[in-house]
Ligand binder design. Sequence first.
Ligand code: AHG
Ligand code: MN
Ligand code: MN
Length: 342
Amino acid sequence: MAAGSWQDFDTLESFIARQQRLYPHSRGKFSDILRRIGLGSKIIASKVRMAGLVDVLGKQGTSNVQGEEQMKLDVIANQIIKSVLGWVTSVAAIASEEDEKITILHHYEEIKEDQYVVFYDPVDGSSNIDVNVSVGTIFSIYRYPYNQPRPPLERYLLPGSQQVAAGYVVYGSSAMFVYTTGQGVHGFTLDPEIGEFVLSHENIRTPDVCTYYSANDTYYPQWSEAVRKFSDTLRFSDEPRYAKTTCRYVGSLVADFHRNLLGGGVFMYPENPSAPHGKLRLLYECAPLAMIAEQAGGKASTGRERILDVQPSDVHQRVPFFVGCRQDIELYEQLVRQMDAG
Ligand code: AHG
Ligand code: MN
Ligand code: MN
């Protein structure tokens, strides 16, 4: 059969079904959630693609719980994700960057089967939507087991190491759905002609090359000594590893992360005096991307702790975020230890 014919490509749907067969006792509830997030992403992709033509540009005129000005697309995408997940009875609850609290969807004590909790950032990098720069959606899925003691849903906050799946969609030159369930990282490109995400990047591994340095250097004067030393090394060192490192910073975490995942490098959003825990949120930005990074051979750290080990205390908790090639993130952790040792 000629390559590229319809029989030999995998779609997100068929790939999920194939992965589900690895779990013979699975009843497909978890696969349903992934498929619904795929559907929601296609709907958001259609809004993003026509952003200049339909009424999704500009500010909503409201602020979210973070005190951040909401873009129209933030609100629309939040509603899209809620509605596609609202139909899945195995989703006990959802938590969004745009909502103050966890929303209980389908949780009834009599349900005698595992359910799930989905954390998500409906539009990441939304300030870029009006200027046609790539934005994204990030999601993280935890299991809510029925047959063992568990905290009430409203406080169901677990370390990222407990995620059963994590992923993002980057709405760029094409829309790509990238996710992991702990069996490697796989990327699917949306074919608008057939309306399906088609497998285009199976088993993504981040190259061990520090190609890109991604940070907002305007905060440099406020960074700690360790962050400044790390930044200086990546940008100015003539060590062979960093001699060709170049700066790329889009201001959309998903776009910056995706480029570095494929090309190699470091993304960092450090703490600074005005943001003592950094800007990025643990549960629906850092932890899902940390799971992807580690599954692709990279590393993600606060500088003092593995991101996936951080025990959340609040839905919107922020953490300093350093993610990318293992060797480079370990260099930063070493600089922090030296700084802490005085
Ligand atoms: P969001 O649009 O979901 O609030 O996320 C924006 C984040 C992230 O996408 C990006 O890396 C960061 O904000 C950029 O922050 P600065 O403008 O401070 O660099
Ligand atoms: Mn975001
Ligand atoms: Mn957002």
